[in-house]
Design a protein around this ligand. Structure first.
Ligand code: BTN
Length: 450
């Protein structure tokens, strides 16, 4: 297979650079138009740019807050952001894109600080913190690139050849360089990424674009999970759920190395094995949403964090390897004023050495190696992805949570109640199982599955 950054492609690209710039009259939203001059090798605004442009316009006035565009190409997005009053910084590894963005900002009587560089081995070209960081990612994997390569600079705007994926590389740089301001947000456009929580950021789809050829592009919003809420680790405690029920505001998180009085469902004890994960979160305060929904979200967050096809979710809260339990989730509510405070606790067996349990359990090390501290970072991000509420991020989607759980359950089997197998079933607004004859089941232990 030819390779995209070969010298012959570079030489052909240099020849194309003599062709002169194209004029584009860009209409990203409503009656907004911008004139752009786009030299060869520079990415022009396309549908993916319009997706990002629409979202930036919905965000409204920038009010002088700091905006950063990575891979600015022609400068289209940065120009739109500047027109909404954001204080724009932008960068691109293609020097012609840097020149185009500077020129196009000027052409539209707008301002921005545009520098050469990006996420990569070279130092990042900016040091300050940003309230909004955006990147229309090069998302095409090398295997799909075909045989005819354009040239190194053009391919760099299209192909994701990074070993961890450019989205992951971006999030690592943002964390390492401390680029995100308090309550800042990141917007990325690209294919659906399934491992974003592993980089410690919460994520939620905001917009989606589907093409006739089956391609789907997602605009994902990312943020620091439960920023400002307390996040603590203790070597030992009674029960992390009890501690947070007692005191802890929304988003508070407590993880313990060992629980001396861990609580399981139906009043049972939850015993800490030698290597285990035990953590809890305050996921609602004064909420009218039934805790059953949060329990379902807890199971999904574990699956999203561990990402292994051998893990199965059994409604409402067990995660299994074949028929053995590897994880339990417990949502506990306490009345508080008009609503309920809900604490969500997750216990996971990480390594199954000698233990004196009288049931056969499973442990994560049968499938993959992960330590409790690393898992905690990912789980924290995935819990926030599903349950955190903030008025400047995409809204919570309990329907989506129930749909995903239902899909897992359909793969798991069919419920059997009083000897009758129920071929179809659903999950209601309380997170309870509804059978095809209308029976509501509120506890997973009242039924069997076939
Ligand atoms: C179950 O019975 O399946 C639920 C087990 C939940 C255990 C977790 S461990 C962290 C949190 N603190 C507790 O006391 N229980 C939950």
């Amino acid at each position: 297979m030819e390779e995209p950054f070969a010298s012959a492609n570079a030489e052909a690209e240099i020849v194309r650079l003599t062709e002169g710039a194209k004029k584009v009259h860009w209409n990203p939203v409503d009656s907004t138009f911008f004139d752009l001059l786009i030299p060869p090798t520079v990415y022009p605004p396309r549908h993916d740019s319009d997706l990002l442009a629409r979202r930036i316009s919905y965000l409204g006035a920038g009010r002088g807050r700091n905006f950063l565009e990575i891979g600015c190409g022609s400068g289209a997005i940065s120009i739109l952001a500047a027109s909404f009053g954001w204080k724009v910084s932008a960068c691109d590894i293609n020097p012609f894109a840097v020149a185009a963005t500077r020129g196009n900002l000027e052409l539209n009587c707008l301002q921005g600080d545009v520098r050469e560089g990006g996420i990569g081995p070279e130092p990042f070209p900016f040091e300050q913190q940003f309230d909004l960081i955006v990147w229309n990612l090069p998302y095409i994997p090398l295997e799909e690139a075909g045989e005819d390569f354009l040239g190194p600079m053009e391919e760099a705007a299209l192909l994701d050849t990074d070993s961890v994926g450019l989205a992951g590389r971006l999030l690592t740089s943002i964390a390492n360089e401390d680029l995100l301001a308090p309550e800042g947000r990141i917007l990325i456009v690209g294919r659906k990424c399934t491992n974003l929580g592993a980089f410690g950021f919460a994520h939620r789809t905001w917009d989606k674009l589907s093409f006739d050829d089956g391609e789907e592009l997602y605009l994902t919003c990312l943020w620091k999970p439960f920023e400002g809420a307390s996040n603590q680790y203790v070597e030992e405690t009674g029960s992390t759920n009890s501690d947070l029920l007692e005191s802890g505001g929304i988003g508070s998180h407590l993880r313990a190395g060992r629980q001396l009085a861990g609580k399981g469902r139906r009043g049972r004890p939850w015993t800490s094995i030698e290597d285990c994960y035990a953590g809890s979160w305050v996921v609602a305060e004064n909420s009218e949403i039934s805790p059953g929904n949060m329990q379902l979200a807890g199971g999904l967050a574990v699956l999203d964090s561990l990402q292994h096809e051998s893990l199965r979710l059994k409604w409402p809260n067990d995660i299994l390897i074949d028929t053995r339990k590897v994880c339990g989730v417990l949502a506990e509510g306490r009345s508080l004023g008009d609503g309920t405070k809900v604490v969500l606790g997750i216990g996971i067996n990480l390594k199954n050495g000698d233990n004196d349990l009288d049931i056969e359990i499973a442990s994560v090390d049968e499938l993959l190696e992960i330590d409790a501290a690393r898992l905690d970072i990912t789980l924290h991000a995935e819990i926030a992805s599903l349950l955190e509420e903030r008025n400047d991020i995409p809204s919570l989607d309990y329907n989506g949570i129930r749909e995903r759980v239902l899909e897992h359950m359909r793969n798991y089997g069919r419920p059997v109640v009083n000897g009758i197998i129920h071929d179809s079933f659903g999950i209601n607004e309380n997170g309870e199982l509804i059978l095809d004859d209308g029976t509501i089941i509120d506890d997973g232990e009242d039924i069997e599955w076939t």
